[in-house]
Design a protein around this ligand. Structure first.
Ligand code: 6GU
Length: 314
C-alpha cells in the first residue's frame, strides 16, 4: 500500500529535524510566500537560519512557475528579546501545474507535523471588488472553494484522524484575533508611510486556473460574493484548518479582473477602427503574469512589514 500523506509528511519532518539545529527545528509560525512575495524572506533575522531547496527535501513537490523559487527557510523573526521560530515557504506547488490536491497541500501538512500553530499565507490575486486598487492588500475573511465544491477537494478520500476530523467546519477558518492583529499592524504601518495603499477584508474565490478568467466569469464570481480571485491558498487553508492550525491569509491585488461587459463587435464606437486600435480598446484590464509580478514588487515591502509586525506579536 502506498504510504499515507501522514507518513510521507512524517518522513520529510524526520529528515529536516535531523539536519536542523535544535533552535530552528520547532517553528511556531509558517509563512507561505506567494508570486513575487519572496522578499518576505528578508524579514527573517540574520544569523541562525537554514535554507533548503524544495528539490533537496524528500517528498517535496516542485513548483515550476516563474517567480516561485521553491525553498524552505528556517529561522526566527521579530525582536532579539523575543524571537519567534518560523519556517518560510517561498514558492508553492499549484493545482494548475498538474499537482494533485494532495501534493498542493503537502507542505502545509509538513508544517503541522513540525509543530506549527499559526500559518500565514500570501498570494497574488485579481481584484473583483470595484473599490479595490492594484497594490491594495486584502485580509481574507472567507472563501469560495469553487474547485472544491465540484469535487477537487484536498480532503476527499479516506479521512486521516491523525490530522483531523472527517467533517471539519470552515465557518471560522479565518482567525478573527489574527485579523484584528493585522488591522492593528496595518494602522501602524500607515502612520509611517504616505502611500495610499489600503488593506481591506474580503472573500477569495479559488479557481483552478491556469487561464485567467473571462469577463463573464469575473462577473459571475463578483455576483457570487467574491472580492478577489486566484489559483492558490484555499486548498492549504482547508488542510491547515482540518489539522487545527490557526490561519491568516492575505491577497495582494496585482491587477483588476475585468468587470466591464463583454464587448459587442457591432458596437457603434468600434466601427472603422484598426485591429491595433481594437486590441488597445479590449486590453483594458486584461491580466498578464508580468503585471502580476510587477505589482508584487512595489507592494511587497508593505506586505513584509505587515507580516513581521504580526509574527512579532504571536
Ligand atoms: Cl485576474 N485571476 C486569477 N485566477 N489569478 C490571479 C489573477 C486573476 N491575478 C493574479 N492572480
Amino acid at each position: 500500500m502506498a504510504p499515507s500523506p501522514y507518513d510521507r509528511a512524517g518522513e520529510t519532518v524526520e529528515f529536516l529535524r535531523q539536519k536542523l539545529p535544535e533552535s530552528l527545528a520547532q517553528p511556531r509560525v509558517a509563512v507561505v510566500c506567494g508570486s513575487g512575495l519572496g522578499g518576505l524572506a528578508e524579514t527573517v533575522n540574520e544569523g541562525v537560519r537554514e535554507t533548503w531547496e524544495y528539490k533537496d527535501v524528500p517528498n517535496f513537490p516542485i513548483s515550476t512557475v516563474a517567480g516561485h523559487a521553491g525553498k524552505l527557510i528556517f529561522g526566527t523573526m521579530g525582536p532579539q528579546s523575543n524571537p519567534v521560530p518560523v519556517v518560510l515557504l517561498v514558492g508553492r506547488a499549484h493545482f494548475y501545474e498538474g499537482h494533485s490536491m494532495e501534493a498542493a497541500t503537502f507542505a502545509t501538512r509538513v508544517c503541522k507535523l513540525l509543530g506549527v500553530e499559526t500559518i500565514i499565507l500570501t498570494n497574488a490575486a485579481g481584484g473583483l471588488n470595484p473599490e479595490y486598487n492594484v497594490g491594495d492588500v486584502v485580509c481574507l475573511n472567507d472563501h469560495l472553494n469553487l474547485a472544491g465544491l465540484v469535487g477537487e477537494h484536498p480532503l476527499r478520500g479516506p479521512n486521516d484522524d491523525k490530522f483531523g476530523p472527517r467533517f471539519p467546519p470552515l465557518s471560522d477558518a479565518y482567525d478573527i484575533v489574527l485579523r484584528q492583529l493585522a488591522h492593528k499592524a496595518w494602522k501602524e504601518i500607515r502612520q509611517q508611510d504616505a502611500s495610499q495603499r489600503r488593506m481591506h477584508e474580503g472573500v477569495y474565490a479559488f479557481v483552478s486556473g491556469p487561464t485567467y478568467e473571462t469577463r463573464a466569469e469575473c462577473r459571475m464570481l463578483r455576483n457570487l460574493g467574491a472580492d478577489v480571485v486566484g489559483m492558490s491558498t484555499v486548498p492549504e487553508i482547508v488542510v491547515a484548518r482540518h489539522a487545527g492550525m490557526r490561519v491568516l491569509a492575505f491577497s495582494l491585488v496585482t491587477n483588476s479582473a475585468v468587470l466591464e461587459p463583454t464587448v459587442r463587435a457591432d458596437a457603434p464606437e468600434l466601427q472603422g477602427l484598426s485591429r491595433e486600435q481594437l486590441d488597445e480598446y479590449l486590453s483594458r484590464g486584461k491580466a498578464n503574469h508580468e503585471e502580476v509580478l510587477d505589482a508584487g514588487k512595489q507592494a511587497a515591502v508593505d506586505m513584509q512589514s505587515l507580516v513581521l509586525r504580526i509574527v512579532s506579536e504571536l
